[in-house]
Design a protein around this ligand. Structure first.
Ligand SMILES: [Zn+2]
Length: 114
């Protein structure tokens, strides 16, 4: 018998398989078995914009609200276009370069795909 992976949410080792899904009895998290074993983590990166559309490397997005930028005197204005984004892991999951600000990271929940 192969050992099932620990729960990605709470790291519980008591996850069990149920109809093709893994289920954690401790926190209730469910996830897909196939995505754990087949694709490497790098390709499993799923980043969605404020409307729930999937984003991809090279996409152009607009900012949907004014965002404060650390170290900058002006906020990043709502409606700012950002070209050629790159998806990364983490809380701020979009890596990009913005005129007047330079390289920075954005949260996908504050952007919209064009
Ligand atoms: Zn869990």
């Amino acid at each position: 018998m192969t050992k099932l992976p620990n729960c990605p949410e709470c790291n519980s080792e008591y996850a069990y398989e149920d109809r093709g899904m893994l289920v954690c009895p401790e926190c209730g998290h469910e996830w897909n078995v196939a995505s754990e074993s087949s694709a490497p983590a790098e390709e499993g990166l799923v980043v969605k914009d404020a409307n729930g559309n999937l984003l991809a490397d090279g996409d152009t997005i607009t900012v949907i609200k004014d965002l404060k930028v650390k170290g900058a005197s002006n906020p990043l204005k709502m409606g700012t276009r950002v070209k050629n984004i790159r998806l990364v892991e983490g809380d701020h999951n979009i890596d990009c370069k913005i005129d007047g600000f330079g390289a920075m990271k954005l949260k996908s929940e504050f952007v919209k795909k064009i």
